[in-house]
Design a protein around this ligand. Structure first.
Ligand code: ADP
Length: 400
């Protein structure tokens, strides 16, 4: 109740009668308290939305923001205040190198951002220089203000980027694979067709030549399929390691003995140099032999006639390292990493040797499984070296 008292009659300038009124103001007081209450609720709601909240007036001034918005932009906090123009906040961000996409053309970027304020409802991702990705969703309100939600989606974006990359790699792989499979298959079919058509007239020599071509293409197809099968098993994590205690030098000797004919055909010398006292290594014998064989076979393939291949074995820091050096053409510096990619054949050696381009990719997977590493270098004189190292003891193989 509001009580009001006022004089209604005076005598000699002194009040002799008073009027008293009482007013019931319950409703007004309840309204005020409700408004205060709903302001508090709104405040709490803005603070608790799952992201940074920013309200910008129609003429571009920051009107309201929450703590999460403040925390999202630590370098610009000085400019996060009611009454500050949004353009100043953004400009300061540009000056502090916050926005990755603003780097090339800051003026154009700022203009675009301010135009987005007028554009009404819009969503986009801000890539920040510190690696974060912030998703911004802007909505226009009936009074012309704009409300924005800023959410850190870095992890999501990274997962999306990785998925996109994997998808691209898969398409590339499928394209190369169908090409690689089709070429020998085409060879088999066309020589078979040719042979059948000319069966009556073909000389014995020609027939033999056709059959040899078919055999060559068939063998290539088989190699390719074996490699593909190996690779898909490795990539799917379905290849388990059969860990044994092995002397790597024994594996190298086995490999050299197996390659003896090819070495002799090219008149190559192959030297094995065991640098330090060798301890036995725990690894999957057949898989590591596969790695050694692939590397040595490449060295033979790319060596000039009469050249020398040096194999150096070294045990150090609980690891065994093998280096295979040849005197061939070497690998272009820019391709030293690429040769471990699937189907990659260096421009310098392509069409020369008839490999599948999968060998080193398989080696990398096997060495990875053993928690080791494999890489390529060029020798100072000439030729390339392929090196790999694996731990002597593997306590936790990547997949077993
Ligand atoms: P492939 O030998 O079947 O083509 P790899 O995956 O074993 O497939 O090798 C990929 C590519 O790496 C080869 O085609 C070749 O271009 C390059 N390369 C590998 N080893 C050597 C080497 N010792 N010297 C020069 N180039 C090499």
């Amino acid at each position: 109740m509001i009580e009001r008292v006022r004089p209604s009659r005076y005598k000699n300038d002194r009040p002799v009668e008073l009027v008293c009124t009482l007013q019931d103001v319950t409703e007004r007081i309840v309204d005020q308290s409700n408004k205060h209450q709903s302001d508090l609720v709104l405040e709490a709601a803005i603070e608790n939305v799952p992201g940074g909240f920013l309200l910008v007036s129609e003429d571009g001034y920051i009107e309201r923001f929450n703590r999460k918005f403040f925390d999202l932009y630590p370098k610009q906090q000085f400019f996060i205040n009611e009454g500050v123009p949004l353009s100043r906040f953004l400009q300061f961000g540009i000056d502090m190198d916050v926005y990755l996409e603003a780097k090339d053309n800051p003026e154009e970027w700022l203009q675009l951002r301010l135009e987005r304020l007028d554009a009404g409802n819009i969503e986009f991702i801000d890539r920040l220089a510190d690696g974060r990705s912030i998703q911004v969703a802007l909505r226009r309100l009936p009074n012309g203000s704009q409300v924005g939600m800023h959410v850190d989606v870095t992890e999501l974006q990274q997962a999306r980027d990785a998925a996109e990359k994997a998808n691209e790699a898969k398409s590339e792989f499928l394209a190369s694979m169908s090409h690689e499979l089709r070429t020998p298959m085409h060879g088999i079919l066309s020589f078979t067709e040719l042979g059948l058509k000319r069966l009556d007239t073909l000389s014995q020599e020609k027939l033999q030549q056709y059959l040899e071509n078919i055999q060559l293409s068939g063998t290539r197809l088989l190699y390719l399929l074996n490699d593909l099968l190996d690779l898909s098993k490795l990539e799917a994590g379905k290849m388990s390691l059969d860990m044994r205690s092995v002397k790597i030098s024994d594996l190298v000797k086995t490999c050299i003995a197996e390659q003896d004919l090819r070495l002799r055909e090219k008149g190559l010398r192959c030297e094995l140099d065991v640098v330090s006292t060798e301890s036995s290594c725990s690894c999957d014998r057949n898989r590591i032999l596969q790695v050694i064989t692939n590397i040595v076979a490449n060295a033979i393939k790319f060596s000039p006639e009469g050249g020398e291949i040096r194999i150096r074995l070294e045990c150090r820091d609980a690891k065994v390292r093998m280096r295979v050096s040849d005197q061939g053409t070497g690998i272009p510096e820019t391709e030293l990493d690429d040769v471990f990619d699937k189907f990659y054949q260096s421009l310098g050696t392509r069409n020369q040797t008839g490999g599948t381009g999968l060998g080193l990719a398989i080696c990398r997977e096997i060495v990875d499984l053993h928690r080791g590493r494999i890489w390529a270098e060029n020798n100072p004189e000439r030729g390339a070296s392929i090196l790999f190292e694996i731990p002597l003891r593997l306590s936790t193989p990547r997949l077993v």
